[in-house]
Design a protein around this ligand. Structure first.
Ligand code: SF4
Length: 96
């Protein structure tokens, strides 16, 4: 009985520091995961905002044919450096 009581005492002695460290490690992992998620969201949205198709004169705004020149690449990351991009506003200025 004395052995069991001393083992229980030792476990209780180490249990609080171990739980303290485990709780802070889990909290740190949670904060790190949230930081990584937010960073990825910002990077992804910045990348998607570089897609120029919405302001391109060849963008048809139709679900069936999004672009008359590059219908597959339109509104994707492949259109970011599209060589055929032409600003719709520059066309309007030329017409008027
Ligand atoms: S020409 Fe290029 S930039 Fe313009 S809508 Fe088509 S894919 Fe997008």
């Amino acid at each position: 009985m004395l052995v069991l009581r001393s083992i229980l005492y030792l476990v209780q002695l180490w249990l609080v520091p171990i739980c303290f460290v485990a709780a802070w490690v889990l909290t740190g992992m949670l904060v790190w995961s949230l930081w990584v998620i937010l960073r990825n969201i910002v990077q992804r949205s910045q990348q998607l905002h570089q897609i120029p198709c919405a302001n391109c004169r060849f963008f048809s705004d139709s679900y069936h044919l999004k672009c008359t020149i590059h219908p597959i690449e339109a509104l994707t990351e492949h259109a970011i450096n599209c060589g055929d991009y032409e600003d719709v506003h520059s066309q309007a200025r030329r017409v008027s």
